[in-house]
Ligand binder design. Structure first.
Ligand code: CA
Length: 368
């Protein structure tokens, strides 16, 4: 990121690294060859963006999409056209450098009635950056325009003086709480050990209640957060992440699927559960990282999927897909493989760069 370029937003932008849990059942049609390219096509929705990195729907029936630009603007798309005036422009507040900038957007589950939405951005100097989680509100007189003066800063997190691993995702869970992904702060190998340090918010997925407040806070701590009663920072939901850049909730199962970007070798997908430790920087994917062999894996939750850099670059998130249009053929292939050897009956579909589809079996671990 960082280069200014006008690029096309495509319908399947968010599916570039999508994945799905696939069920069982028997196949009645021929199995496609392993690694074959399925019939996935891309359709242009709108053009004219500068470094777009997130797209969200307000869920208010308005048939609008909102695209986040790293430089600090949120752009509205209505009926296939980019609206001329940004929905929100906080460019003057945002520090853009490397992986820093305006990074995430989430609309309140009751956005249609309360017009509130939430952003994740980085501000401050490059040597002393700070993550900001803030609430804004759209104008009641113009739904295509947010009120820049409505900012309510919920949470700030001081960051190390590196330009990478700032996380960025915001998403509301089915429980109505706001989930926030924060990276380890940057550098190589998590030099400050933030992933395993439960006293810092870096290298974590956080979970806060933005509809209520606890004493001294602009939000409340959900009572069932793992450290709500002590032992760690109460905002933490899960820990041991390197850079949880994007995640999403499976609507059907309510499970949180997360892509954690790897160091130099292995990318991973996790199903995130409260209080669990996802391993960084003790492990990278399914492999010891520090130390490089013989690491202590006790108490760590391993990914449901990993791939190495000979197969693809950074994992950039995705969504669980339960339809049949693109999943059927690859999952049939997976079932065919499953029938050939020991397995737990589950498969994960991933769409990699260049849209190569492959199914992998979770052969060694029981379903969560
Ligand atoms: Ca991990």
């Amino acid at each position: 990121m960082g280069q200014k370029a006008s690029i096309q937003l495509v319908l399947s932008l968010a599916c570039l690294a999508c994945f799905a849990a696939c069920g069982g059942g028997s196949s009645t049609t021929p199995t496609p060859p392993k690694g074959s390219t399925p019939a996935v096509t891309l359709s242009s929705v709108a053009t004219g963006f500068t470094t777009p990195l997130d797209v969200q729907s307000p869920g208010d029936g308005s048939d609008r999409l909102f695209v986040v630009e790293q430089g600090g603007k949120i752009r509205g798309v209505k009926a296939g056209s980019l609206l001329p005036t940004p929905f929100l422009d906080i460019s003057s507040k945002v520090t853009v450098n490397g992986e820093m900038g305006l990074l995430g957007l989430a609309f309140h589950p009751s956005y249609e009635t309360n017009r509130r939405f939430y952003v994740n951005y980085v501000r401050g100097s490059t040597s002393e950056p700070q993550t900001v989680i803030a609430e804004y509100q759209a104008l009641i007189t113009n739904p295509d325009q947010a009120d820049p003066a409505s900012e309510r800063i919920l949470l700030t997190v001081n960051q190390p003086g590196q330009t990478n691993h700032k996380g960025g995702q915001l998403a509301f869970g089915p429980d109505g709480f706001l989930y926030i992904g924060l990276g380890d702060g940057g550098g190589t190998g998590d030099p400050d050990g933030n992933g395993q340090d439960v006293t810092t918010l870096l290298g974590k997925v956080l979970r806060i209640d933005i509809d209520h407040t606890s004493s001294g806070l602009q939000y409340a701590i959900p009572a069932d957060n793992p450290f709500s009663a002590g032992g760690g920072a109460p905002e933490i939901w899960a820990y041991g992440f390197r850079n949880p850049w994007r995640f999403s909730f499976d609507i059907s199962s309510s499970r949180l699927f997360l892509g954690d970007v790897g160091q130099d070798q292995f990318e991973e997908v996790d199903i995130v559960q409260g209080g669990a430790n996802y391993g960084w920087n003790t492990m990278e994917g399914l492999h010891c990282f520090n130390p490089s062999s013989g690491c202590n894996m006790s108490g760590l939750t391993l990914p449901i999927l990993e791939y190495n850099h000979s197969e693809g670059a950074a994992v950039i998130g995705g969504f669980v897909y339960r339809g049949s249009t693109i999943a059927r053929a690859p999952c049939r292939a997976a079932r065919t493989v499953a029938e050939a050897g020991p397995h737990d009956g589950r498969a994960v579909l991933s769409v990699r760069p260049r849209l190569r589809m492959r199914c992998r079996l979770r052969a060694s671990r029981p379903p969560p």
